[in-house]
Design a protein around this ligand. Structure first.
Ligand code: HEM
Length: 174
């Protein structure tokens, strides 16, 4: 592959991967606690972030770009012989990071996104009714909130594994 392409893909991969991890950290450790601490004003801010500023779309774009560029680089590094490459230090390191990133992508798309959407719908219903949430709505809000918090932590741990393995794999000498 032309070296210009390799560099283009590396820049795209590392840039998008950094945004992916950075945004996840910001969301988990700063935005979520701030939204909770400042409810109900925080809830409005949160709805705006999700629906108007399209934070989920941003996450889908950066994670997809990271994976596409990473997959092409992975294929190139393996040189068509995946079985042998995986038994080398760097091959193993990049593979662990790749699996961790795929899991993050799956958790985000299949588990976090539908719950986030449901939270948005519920929030809109409560706002439209004009009163405090009913007992059932409150119970569902709490369940969704707990599930999302756990899933975001799972994603964070997997992202940290991906980042650490990707950043060091080149120097796994064995
Ligand atoms: C959160 C997700 C990710 C982050 C933060 C990340 C970060 C990085 C970083 C910093 C490097 C540079 C390492 C170096 O040059 O020594 C790198 C390289 C690499 N990454 Fe990732 N990565 C992520 C996901 C992925 C995924 C999903 C794949 C595969 C589908 C992948 C495949 C690769 C490969 C093959 C390289 C080596 C590229 C080369 O030969 O220059 N990465 N990654």
């Amino acid at each position: 592959m032309d070296i210009l392409w390799v560099n283009f893909l590396r820049i795209m991969h590392i840039f998008a991967g950094t945004l992916w991890v950075g945004a996840a950290v910001l969301y988990l450790f700063y935005i979520t606690p701030s939204v909770k601490a400042t409810a109900p004003a925080g809830t409005k801010f949160h709805q705006y972030l999700i629906a108007r500023q399209k934070y989920p779309i941003f996450m889908i774009i950066v994670s997809t770009l990271t994976i596409i560029a990473g997959a092409i680089l992975y294929w190139r590094d393996a040189g068509g012989d995946l079985a042998s490459w995986i038994t080398t230090g760097p091959g193993l390191g990049f593979t662990i990071g790749t699996i961790a990133s795929f899991l993050v992508y799956f958790v985000g798309m299949a588990l976090i996104t539908p719950r986030g959407k449901r939270l948005g719908v519920l929030g809109a219903q409560i706002e439209a009714a004009g009163g405090p949430p009913t007992k059932e709505q409150m119970a569902e809000l709490e369940t969704l909130d707990k599930q999302l918090h756990t899933l975001e932590w799972v994603d964070f741990i997997l992202l940290a594994i991906a980042l650490v393995t990707m950043a060091t794999a080149r120097y796994w000498f064995f």
